[in-house]
Design a protein around this ligand. Structure first.
Ligand SMILES: Cc1ncc(COP(=O)(O)OP(=O)(O)O)c(N)n1
Ligand SMILES: Cc1ncsc1CCOP(=O)(O)O
Ligand SMILES: [Mg+2]
Length: 568
């Protein structure tokens, strides 16, 4: 029994853990995973001088152990690097990469560079003692899991870093041996090489040189083939780092990007198609930071490198057309969003409840019956005055649905009409639709919100005030209430009538659109229930089970305008 050794219990992720001092743990020989009474496993590690003032608990996680304290389980990377005023590389890239990978990132700045997409116009080193002060501030206070290094512009700064890391050991050290910027400007001169070799590399868990850096560290060795990269990785490994990733991005005549990872036992050739883009500034920093982030989360090195490489490739691919700066090497977008924002047709307006005014909901069977494509149906509805479109394609194959959705989205964006997808949150994400509509037995709105993010529109079908309240709590933007009248479009649908609609409207904190059996003949009666949050009508058959969608939409539009309600 360990009852005499534990001081208290620690709650992490709703589980209780025993908390032991390093002294107790070591006295008991608890230097590895163990199980005490009915509490879950804990690993306790004896720490260096600063950490031993507190208690360091380490949660068992697939055999991998990372430090943590009782206040937070956030993985933490400290980047020690230079600032890039253009924000494509350096500290700024590291912060964005870590944020994108969901890891906290603190920063020690070693140099300021005046830099843009053209090149480096100036650089000013931070004094060594101030680098030391920054390191101490972070490492003496925060539980850093992984230190990642970038631009280390002087021998003194490298030595300061190594000294501080011996004083404040961390779980892992990722060294990106930055020497020359992508524009060809020197960021750390040759004088630094021997200190790298003798002091920093032996402490590293991984180093990530590109061909030029690997060659510089190996006294100018020529690196032109994948075999050369393997030889370089082996020679660099002899200098002491646990892993070496030689990046072959500059390898001539290769349609693939080939990197070689060597851990002293095995070589891994990591190949991926080369992404043709000018926006590659900061890829090295971002890759190293992403590796650090994955290691901080507890991944083994091979997985960390694979995930990091995939992340950077995806970001490059998403960003291949963005235009930032006039120089030859632009930055890329770590958060994978700039691409869609940069498109002229991106929906720029937030959700406007008045968009619910004339809500056209497509139906694949009706379109088939009338021999029209979904795209033609959507075009006609917009031409007739529809103010929002929902694709409700119950029978479509996913691949076809996605293609149609993309085509419809282009039309909707041209006309400033929001496009929502019924039921299929996956399709909405894949085509970057403006939102989704979900029913009571579809994906819960709160889950859809998590997947779609804060900006997308989410509608929920509600027949009762309780459901309307839940939709509000779940973060929906509007509710659809019906069937107001009997309908053949949706099987076994309960009709709530005008009274049911009114009851839900009165209770709802969200704007409401009425649905079910609504058309030219009864739309006015629906709008005349006169509750302020009833904003419009959603219609399927009265628009799409007709010969001319545009004419029917136009007629309904006129009726709604005539009712003069809900249009503001
Ligand atoms: C605007 C609007 N309101 C209600 C519905 C119905 O959604 P749901 O209850 O999920 O039923 P299906 O449409 O999926 O059969 C809707 N689609 N749109
Ligand atoms: C999808 C749906 N949800 C409640 S009623 C309904 C069908 C509406 O179709 P129609 O407008 O043809 O009655
Ligand atoms: Mg549904």
């Amino acid at each position: 029994m360990a009852s005499a050794t534990f001081l208290s219990t620690l709650s992490l992720a709703n589980k209780n853990y025993l908390l032991l001092t390093p002294t107790h743990a070591c006295a008991k020989g608890y230097t590895n995973n163990f199980r005490v009474s009915n509490l879950p496993s804990i690993v306790v590690r004896k720490e260096g001088s600063v950490r031993s003032q507190g208690f360091v608990a380490m949660q068992e996680k697939g055999g991998s152990t990372l430090s943590d304290d009782s206040r937070t389980k956030t993985p933490h990377v400290l980047t020690v690097a230079g600032s890039d005023s253009g924000a494509g590389a350096g500290i700024q890239a590291d912060l964005k990469a870590c944020a994108a990978r969901g890891v906290y990132c603190s920063t020690v700045i070693t140099a300021l560079t005046a830099q843009n997409t053209v090149g480096v116009q100036g650089a000013s080193n931070v004094p060594e003692d101030f680098v030391a002060q920054q390191l101490k501030s972070v490492l003496s206070d925060m539980q850093v899991d992984v230190v990642k290094t970038g631009m280390l512009p002087s021998v003194g700064i490298v030595k300061t870093l190594c000294r501080t890391l011996r004083e404040y050991p961390v779980h892992a050290l990722v060294v990106d041996p930055v020497m020359v910027s992508t524009s060809g400007d020197v960021l750390a001169g040759p004088s630094i090489l021997s200190t790298f070799r003798e002091e920093l590399l032996p402490m590293a868990d991984i180093i990530t040189p590109n061909l030029k850096e690997a060659s510089a560290l190996l006294n100018g060795m020529q690196l032109e083939t994948v075999d050369d990269m393997r030889s370089a990785a082996r020679l660099l490994h002899n200098m002491g780092p646990k892993n070496v990733l030689v990046k072959g991005g500059d390898l001539p005549d290769s349609s693939d990007a080939v990197d070689i990872l060597y851990n002293g036992h095995n070589f891994y050739e990591l190949r991926s198609p080369r992404i043709r883009t000018r926006n590659t500034h900061g890829t090295g920093c971002s890759l190293a930071s992403s590796i650090a982030a994955e290691v901080a989360k507890g991944y083994p090195m091979l997985s960390a490198v694979k995930v990091a490489k995939r992340f950077v490739e995806t970001a490059l691919d998403y960003s291949k057309e963005i235009v930032i700066g006039n120089g030859p090497q632009g930055p890329f977008d770590h958060l994978l969003r700039l691409k869609s924002h940069s498109q002229d047709c991106h929906r720029q307006q937030p959700f406007d409840p008045s968009d619910l005014f004339l809500y056209a909901v497509t139906d694949s069977r009706m379109n088939k019956r009338w021999g029209r494509s979904i795209v033609d149906a959507v075009k006609a509805a917009i031409d007739g005055g529809a103010t929002i479109i929902q694709l409700r394609e119950k029978d479509a194959e996913t691949k076809d649905f996605l293609e149609s959705a993309k085509a419809c989205l282009r039309i909707c964006r041209l006309h400033g009409v929001p496009l929502l997808i019924n039921d299929r949150v996956d399709v909405a994400i894949a085509c970057d639709a403006d939102g989704v509509h979900v029913g009571q037995s579809d994906m819960p709105a709160c889950v859809a919100r998590t997947l779609l993010g804060p900006e997308k529109i989410i509608g929920v079908s509600c027949k009762t005030p309780e459901q309307a309240e839940q939709a509000w709590v779940d973060g929906a933007d509007y509710i659809g209430c019906g069937g107001v009248y009997p309908t053949n479009t949706k099987e076994n649908n309960i009709t709530v009538g005008l009274n049911g609609l009114k009851t839900v409207c009165m209770a709802s904190k969200l704007p409401v659109v009425a649905i079910g059996g609504i058309g030219v003949s009864n739309a006015r009666a629906v709008m005349e229930i006169r509750t302020p949050n009833l904003k419009g009508v959603a219609v399927v058959s009265a628009l799409f089970d007709r010969e001319c969608v545009q004419t029917e939409t136009r007629k309904l539009h006129d009726v709604l305008l005539g009712s003069n309600i809900g249009s503001t």
